[in-house]
Design a protein around this ligand. Structure first.
Ligand SMILES: Cn1nnc2cc(CO)ccc21
Length: 188
């Protein structure tokens, strides 16, 4: 019968340049986050979320026991962050995601030697859309997955990228490309 439930997620980071280097060497404040699409409240089926920062951060393993699943920090460097999602159903293995913290844009060829130049833009977003797919979840897990409610829309939970707009634009470009290709084939 094979039941699969897909839960759309968005994860990534936003970053803002202070405008200068602070005495402690920090140049940016940033937030790394895991959000669920349509602002769904996953706390019914998610036990906790771990964010493993660079080892040189004090207590580099940050744990979120409830939503919002995010870490606010300041710093100067970009590095990989391991995100681990633990589910309430002990039969569901924890899920690992990986996100490279992005603080600056790279302007190719902007450096004096023609190489890439990191540019400190005021505000930057680096986020990705993905899905958690549950295959044949247990009866209890299935109930929890289906009963998830929506969270009250708060500023914090609004995703930075308008994925609905991106989705329709992508669909439109695919349709026009298909038509163009079709007419080219007709002209052959
Ligand atoms: C790698 N990185 N980038 N920014 C950082 C800040 C700290 C805390 O002072 C530790 C490590 C950091």
């Amino acid at each position: 019968k094979g039941v699969t439930i897909a839960k759309p997620i968005v994860y990534g980071n936003v970053a803002r340049y202070f405008g200068h280097k602070r005495d402690d060497g920090h140049t940016h404040e940033w937030k790394i986050y895991l959000r669920f699409y349509n602002n769904e409240d996953p706390s019914g089926y998610i036990k906790k979320v771990h964010f493993k920062l660079h080892d040189s951060y004090p207590n580099s393993l940050r744990v979120c026991e409830e939503p919002p699943y995010e870490v606010d920090e300041t710093g100067w460097g970009e590095f990989g962050v391991a995100i681990r999602i633990y589910f309430k159903d002990p039969n569901e293995r924890p899920l690992n995601l990986f996100h490279v913290l992005k603080l600056f844009k790279i302007e190719p060829g902007a450096a004096p030697d023609g190489g890439p130049m990191p540019v400190f833009t005021d505000y930057l977003v680096s986020e990705f859309y993905d899905e958690i797919v549950f295959s044949d979840p247990s009866r209890t897990m299935l109930r929890l997955l289906k009963s998830a409610q929506q969270l009250p829309p708060s500023i914090a939970t609004r995703s930075e990228t308008d994925f609905e707009k991106k989705k329709s634009e992508t669909l439109q470009s695919l349709i026009s490309a298909k038509n163009r290709l079709g007419s080219e084939i007709d002209d052959l």
